[in-house]
Write a protein that binds this ligand. Structure first.
Ligand SMILES: [Zn+2]
Ligand SMILES: [Zn+2]
Length: 192
């Protein structure tokens, strides 16, 4: 059993072609793999009248409710939604760093998703952000070693970023955290 997994996609991310049709909220609930679980579908696919359905599906299973936000342009919409936390795509531009600041002001956890894939400059990321070690991507670059420089400045979480049932794992993210002596920050209490 993993400690925490807050970056999981389901069939609510309708436009994400990596999601298999079996990756439903029900399936995640049927095979629990972590003590603290959050679902984080892409904001653009759960807007308007779909949001309440998404919220109900996630919360009825006792999961934390997250969303994954594709940059600063979505922040004004995101802050209005009653989610527990944010996962944020931060490209190297001022709108996205500003977006992080605005999200942090909400007081909810703000996770910088797979920073090396997005081209995030961690030097420009505001303190209070939480950095993700993402099992889907972290092994694609040896740059992961740079994370060790930021151990004093940021908290870190480990995530699967699962789009398919067999991705519900953090084996590589955990190995890298161990190598860098990074201790995962648990963001929420375990739900009973
Ligand atoms: Zn992402
Ligand atoms: Zn994702």
């Amino acid at each position: 059993m993993l400690e925490q997994d807050l970056h999981i996609h389901t069939t609510f991310s309708t436009g994400d072609s990596s999601i298999v049709p079996e990756q439903t909220v029900d399936l995640i609930a049927r095979y629990p793999h972590a003590r603290i679980i959050g679902i984080s579908d892409h904001l653009e696919y759960v807007l308007d009248n779909r949001f309440d359905v998404y919220k109900e599906a996630v919360c009825s299973k006792g999961f934390y409710l997250g969303i994954e936000i594709g940059g600063g342009k979505w922040v004004s919409i995101a802050v209005e939604l009653p989610v527990d936390y944010y996962i944020f795509h931060c490209k190297d531009n001022s709108d996205d760093y500003r977006g992080l600041e605005l999200l942090i002001e909400t007081g909810k956890p703000v996770i910088v998703a797979h920073p090396f894939i997005m081209g995030t400059n961690l030097k420009k990321v505001p303190s209070g952000s939480i950095i993700e070690i993402n099992n889907r991507y972290i092994w694609r670059t040896s740059r992961y070693r740079e994370l060790a420089e930021y151990k004093g400045r940021f908290d870190f979480i480990l995530s699967s970023d699962a789009h398919q049932p067999n991705w519900l794992s953090q084996h590589i993210a955990r190995s890298i955290a161990l190598e860098l002596s990074i201790e995962e920050k648990l963001l929420f209490p375990e739900k009973s």
